[in-house]
Ligand binder design. Structure first.
Ligand code: PRP
Length: 181
């Protein structure tokens, strides 16, 4: 069930993209992916935590032979990212050499995470590497990056729901909400 307004901790959010609209878009993207990857047996790589809902919804609508795995980025002391944090990739036990890899994000904001993961995955010599994201914020992008499959282009607002969180909460909302002005 949808409500037009939700409160998470100290902040109020209003509905931006309804669940039914999201699910319709997921089906359209899945149809494109089914077409583009026919016979290629892709490996779908969801990026935890945010992309888990979109990844599963998309995966359920794929009608070809395909694999599913997840990875996450963990902050640690090592190499710098643009945000000043340091990250490494954990997960991905599968051998992706020579495989068609489709990485799934909930949102591409600055593009830092996607760029970092792309460069890490490229080291394993996949046959192809593409990116699908539920949400894309072109106005926030700081890297030369164009996602291959985009659910919705959004403005540079703070969003929660459908995997996106505010301080760890709100990921389980089926709709996407924007911070109330
Ligand atoms: C979020 C989101 C993307 C990334 C996008 O992850 O899931 O991975 O930020 O931002 P960027 O384009 O500026 O890198 P976050 O690090 O908040 O972790 P989470 O998925 O566990 O919420």
């Amino acid at each position: 069930m949808s409500t037009s307004l939700v409160k998470i901790k100290d902040k109020e959010f209003i509905i931006k993209i309804a669940s039914a609209t999201i699910q319709d878009r997921v089906k359209t993207l899945a149809a494109q992916i089914n077409h583009d990857y026919e016979g290629k047996m892709p490996i779908i790589v969801g990026v935890l935590n945010g992309a888990v809902l979109f990844t599963c919804d998309l995966f359920k609508n794929l009608n070809m032979e395909c694999e599913l795995t997840f990875l996450r980025v963990s902050s640690y002391h090592g190499g710098l990212t643009s945000s000043g944090e340091v990250s490494r990739v954990i997960g991905l036990k599968e051998n992706i050499e020579g495989r068609h890899v489709l990485m799934i994000e909930d949102i591409v904001d600055s593009g830092e995470t996607a760029m970092h993961l792309f460069s890490e995955l490229q080291k394993h010599n996949p046959a192809s590497l593409k990116l699908a994201t539920a949400l894309f914020k072109p106005a926030a992008l700081k890297h030369n990056l164009t996602p291959d499959y985009v659910g919705f282009e959004v403005e540079n607002d703070f969003l929660v729901g459908y995997g996106l969180d505010y301080d760890g909460l709100g990921r389980n909302l089926n709709d996407i909400y924007v911070l109330k002005p």
